[in-house]
Design a protein around this ligand. Sequence first.
Ligand code: ZN
Length: 313
Amino acid sequence: MNRKAIIGVHCDACYERHDTGPGHPESADRYRVLREALESLPPEIVRLPGRTATVAEVLQAHEAYYHDVVYRDVAACADVLRTGDTALCGESYEVALEASGAVLAAVDAVMRGEVARAFCAVRPPGHHATANRGMGFCIFNHIAIAANYLRRKHGLQRIAIVDWDVHHGNGTQDIFAADPGVFFVSLHERGAYPFSGSEEERGEGEGSGTTLNLPLPHGSGGEVALAAWDERAGPALEAFRPEFVLVSAGFDARKDDPLGGLKWEDGTFAEFTRRVVALAEKHAAGRVVSSLEGGYNPPGLASAALAHVAALG
Ligand SMILES: [Zn+2]
């Protein structure tokens, strides 16, 4: 392909309405710095609108009981979600629906061919949320909802989820552990929150072999992670032949992140992005949608995310 691919980006000040309280690392301020950086991107980058996810869409990855817990906790003005360490405010339920909906809107834009690939800057993040439990700053698991939406609405059968957040994507792994149609790859810091994601966790039942965890040593740099990808994840994903690649794009593996213990450079995120794009070009008609997860040093988050977006093209 000689022509440069059309890339979409979604960001919106609506996500700043999710107020996690003073001193919280997953803050509206963190998001604002990223949003302003994305708003300065050149006009060739297509601005994608969001939308509100329906409850039925949320239930593609979550139990109705858990959806109702979120709704009721927010309605009751709880400060923290009862299932885990996720701060809430009166807007959190609505904002979480916006975040899931934006990822689905980006998936639709890619499936319609309006853009080749897209990055969705949304919050709260999603990858720690299981079918019945929010935790780790997450409420609804946007990437998991999108994977099931791609299969149910768009009729795809094989979805790859690449999670390079510094923390293990336990929620996504849990939702798809027994599901052979979703290949989940997580690169994360060994021994960090949420203390899951060992190499022995390879999936269950029919999904045995479609979970791949690559825990990385504390303090290691991008070259260690890229080597792990090239040795393990790349060949496994090639064999899986995904029809769409979703990315849980956390940027907290970057050096100087207050919650992460890895030392990736902005260029590491660009390298991972290029590998994902090459995989998608080969098997998935180039289709990639990434969704923001962590990243808690605001200027570092912004520069790493810009490197990611540049490498999507
Ligand atoms: Zn994280």
